[in-house]
Ligand binder design. Structure first.
Ligand SMILES: NC(=O)c1ccc[n+]([C@@H]2O[C@H](COP(=O)([O-])OP(=O)(O)OC[C@H]3O[C@@H](n4cnc5c(N)ncnc54)[C@H](OP(=O)(O)O)[C@@H]3O)[C@@H](O)[C@H]2O)c1
Length: 237
């Protein structure tokens, strides 16, 4: 149970972050969700109920991240599932696109860990988000693979530097979340079917699958410095 525990989820308004918020609340925790869109924050808060409070935050902005943690004060667990990612052929992708990706997925998590850690209780934890392309080389994922690998390495080093706070990394595979909302439905379904066909588990992931893993990392006080692969056996294929 997470009774009397406060969990901060940056990215808690959608996909894996929102599902994690539901699951930690079900365990008795109080949750603070943060993301950029007021509309998403409002919708998520309505869904999560009175155990959730929400903050508008763009985690790519260092000063905003600093003042966010100053204003919320002490808490127990930090989960940073927020990201906006892109892929593309190495030679054809503009450098500005890659810098934006690093600003969002790397620097956002870096700022969150840096300014969040001093507020975390000694039995607390940080969960960062990497992804399967850090571990399974794929054409078109050179930039995303590099960002995810950087996060995995950052998290493992922080497990030593920030101890006794535990720091772990979740590495999801292909998960059906709103992150692919811009893909036409038919293309998305074809993509999911083709991935599912290759995986030992014969399906793509659900946000619930990954949220369960976040819960495990938050609750198991003997686990730190771990990159937990939640990807249906993708790296074996
Ligand atoms: N889904 C997959 O297949 C998959 C695969 C591998 C790894 N992952 C990783 O898993 C994590 C969660 O992914 P997901 O699929 O759950 O994503 P999602 O459904 O798109 O949710 C992303 C969340 O991040 C927030 N966000 C994005 N940029 C932000 C910023 N600069 N500041 C604050 N909040 C920001 C979004 O809200 P706002 O728009 O309101 O800011 C949203 O709440 C990410 O790290 C992703 O890279 C996912």
């Amino acid at each position: 149970m997470l009774t009397n525990q406060k969990v901060v989820i940056i990215g808690g308004t959608s996909g894996i972050g929102l599902e994690t918020a539901k699951q930690v609340i079900a365990q008795g925790a109080e949750v603070i969700i943060a993301s950029r869109s007021e509309v998403k924050l409002q919708k998520a808060k309505e869904l999560l109920g009175s155990s959730a409070s929400s903050y508008a935050l763009d985690m790519t902005q260092e000063e905003q991240v600093k003042s966010f943690f100053t204003s919320i004060g002490p808490f127990d667990h930090l989960v940073v599932s927020a990201a906006e990612t892109t892929g593309g052929a190495f030679l054809e992708t503009d450098t500005t696109v890659v810098r934006k990706l690093f600003d969002n997925k790397f620097w956002g998590q870096y700022y969150a860990a840096k300014y969040g850690a001093p507020n975390i209780s000694s039995g607390g934890s940080i969960t960062l988000f990497s992804g399967v392309v850090a571990y399974k080389t794929m054409i078109g994922s050179s930039m995303l693979g590099a960002v995810n690998a950087a996060i995995s390495n950052l998290g493992q080093t922080l497990a030593l530097e920030l101890a006794p706070i535990r720091v772990n990394i979740v590495s999801p595979g292909i998960i059906d979340t709103p992150s692919r909302g811009k893909m036409p439905e038919e293309t998305r379904n074809q993509f999911y079917a083709s991935v599912a066909g290759k995986l030992p588990v014969k399906r793509v992931g659900r946000a619930e699958d990954v949220a369960q893993s976040v819960l495990y990392l938050i609750q198991n006080s003997f686990v730190t410095g771990t990159a937990l692969h939640v990807e249906g056996g993708h790296i074996l294929t």
